[in-house]
Design a protein around this ligand. Structure first.
Ligand code: G1P
Ligand code: ZN
Length: 544
């Protein structure tokens, strides 16, 4: 078998975004496009020769051919051993788990998360470091710098590996071990949660749940754990067969895209508990019977009830949330007497806090929750956490959340997305906002008075690195706030995200629809940022 050195030219669009490099499939299929990025990863690492790496993806279109290419490139670049999920499948949290368990040097995860798949859909690749988490910015910047200068890549001339055959195979000097995609992850979940109690709940006959895997990667994980190990009836997991194009759907667990689940959970005779996960298994949506749990609230409820769960019974070191996430978790942290950290959007910012033992639970408003058990957010983990709480408390999801609001007050919260906006217009909107910030303090809009207005900047408390321009925040004297930022994960045009939040202490006012509770702020967001004007849209494309 020969190592071939292939000449190539740089592409100028390989800058990793919020979570790795994401492009449409035809872009990745361009000659050398994937190869350049993979070689840039290896070129920017040091001391990896002979080491173990982990490789897997969410099973979307182009997963298998990309894996074959990456294996041959890894072998040509001197990787010692590659652990690959069977069929090329590893959910993002499972990949993180496998990296940690094997103390691997790093891992390559193929996913475009919740973006649609298929020949015209999206594909993505990201590099995770040895703690199992997404590469920090200094690593992604080094990779990007390399993509701009690359002139050759190395690849082994060899036959494809059989990805469906468990066990060891040889690829040049590199060992390829095809591993069970589910086993290590299932074992980790069993070590954290009270599986006996959850099993009792799921087999009691008075509790029904519905898990929607949206034809994406969590199907095999959910079927194995809920149905095979925890005794939930067959059919508990719906849309549980991963498909390369996710059945044509948009594998994003929210009220719009998880419509099958919403139909079940808001229908007559709805089950007690519903959940969904995204393309690569790191997001979650939690529903009760005809009841939606806002991700920000979910994080707060998990934090408040963590002591009921074996893996967290000793208490939490701290909690962390991304800046646009509501402050519901802050209130729990204050009551528990622990720190609450506010980080920029993107899971990579939690890594240092988790490694340093400063935070145990983390969450984002974008349906992401997780803990120090891995270094990615973890969709099914959140589902187990809720099930464990439900099994102990023997109350409905709605009652648990209502009680939570009674104790802590309710942070009304909503995110309005404007997708597919012309990039120039979106940038102009943000620039105009930024330039207006210095004069905003003290300004009055109806009953609202601006208390602060800034562009969020974060200094990592562990390594001191500074991340600027992480979102425009306008906070009002009554504690409510509006946040504006542009998405860093989209592949077409720009997506404007507007995050709205207000606080209500009075429990007699906790029953409102968030869109009603936030209606004044919604109008204000448009007045301040001229959203309709710049987007050309009358209303958001997605409201969560
Ligand atoms: C979005 C979410 C963010 C999440 C990321 C990856 O990024 O908003 O919270 O970490 O996806 O799942 P965005 O498109 O807003 O940059
Ligand atoms: Zn995801």
């Amino acid at each position: 078998m020969n190592v071939k050195t292939v000449s190539t030219e740089p592409f100028d669009d390989q800058k990793p975004g919020t979570s790795g490099l994401r492009k449409q499939v035809p872009t990745f299929q361009k000659p050398n496009y994937l190869e350049n990025f993979v070689q840039s990863i290896f070129d920017s690492l040091e001391g990896y020769q002979g080491e173990t790496f982990v490789l897997g993806g969410d099973g979307r279109y182009y997963n298998r051919p990309a894996i074959q290419t990456i294996l041959k490139m890894a072998a040509a670049n001197g990787v010692g051993k590659m652990l690959v999920g069977r069929g090329g499948i590893l959910s993002t949290p499972a990949a993180s788990c496998v990296i940690r368990k094997n103390q691997a040097f790093g891992g390559i995860i193929l996913s475009a998360s919740h973006n649609p798949g298929g020949p015209e859909g999206d594909f993505g690749i990201k590099y995770n470091v040895t703690n199992g988490g997404p590469a920090p910015e200094k690593v992604t910047e080094a990779i990007f710098a390399r993509t701009k200068a690359i002139d050759t890549y190395k690849i082994l001339e060899a036959d494809d590996i059989d990805l469906d055959q468990l066990g060891s195979q040889q690829l040049g000097a590199m060992k390829v071990e095809v591993i069970d995609s589910v086993a290590d992850y299932a074992e980790l979940m069993e070590s954290l949660f009270d599986f006996d109690r959850i099993k009792e709940l799921l087999t009691s006959g008075n509790f029904r749940m519905c898990m929607d895997s949206l034809h994406a990667v969590t199907g095999p994980y959910a079927k194995e754990i809920f149905e095979n190990r925890l005794g939930a009836p067959a059919g508990t997991v719906q849309n549980g067969t991963p498909l390369e194009d996710f059945g044509g759907g948009h594998p994003d667990p929210n009220l719009v895209y998880a419509h099958d689940l919403v139909e079940v959970m808001y229908g007559d005779d709805a089950p007690d508990f519903g959940a969904a996960s995204d393309g690569d298994g790191d997001r979650n949506m939690i529903l009760g019977r005809q009841f939606f749990v806002t991700p920000s609230d979910s994080l707060a409820v998990l934090a408040a009830n963590a002591k009921l769960v074996p893996g967290y019974s000793k208490g939490l070191a701290g909690v962390a949330r991304s800046m646009p996430t509501s402050a519901a978790a802050d209130r729990v942290a204050a009551k528990l007497g622990i720190d609450c950290y506010e980080t920029p959007t993107g899971w990579k910012f939690f890594g240092n806090l988790l490694d340093a033992g400063k935070a145990t639970l983390c969450g984002e408003e974008s349906f992401g929750t997780g803990s120090d058990h891995v270094r990615e957010k973890d969709g099914l983990w959140a589902v187990f956490f809720w099930l464990n709480i439900l099994a102990v408390r023997q109350q409905s999801v709605e009652d648990i959340v209502a009680e939570h609001w009674q104790t802590y007050g309710r942070n009304y919260y909503s995110r309005h997305d404007y997708e597919g906006v012309d990039s120039n217009n979106a940038n102009t909107l943000m620039e105009k906002l930024r330039s207006a910030l210095p004069e905003m303090k003290g300004k009055k809009y109806g009953s609202y008075e601006v208390e602060y207005a800034d562009d969020f900047s974060y200094t990592d408390p562990i390594d001191g690195s500074v991340s600027k321009k992480q979102g425009v925040r306008i906070g009002f004297t009554d504690g409510s706030r509006i946040v504006f930022r542009l998405s860093g994960t989209g592949t077409q045009g720009a997506t404007l995200r507007v995050y709205l939040e207000s606080y209500e202490a009075d429990s007699s006012k906790h029953g409102l629809d968030p869109q009603d509770a936030l209606s004044e702020l919604i109008n204000l967001a448009d007045e301040i940022a001229q959203i309709r004007n710049y987007t050309g849209m009358e209303k958001p494309t997605v409201i969560t």
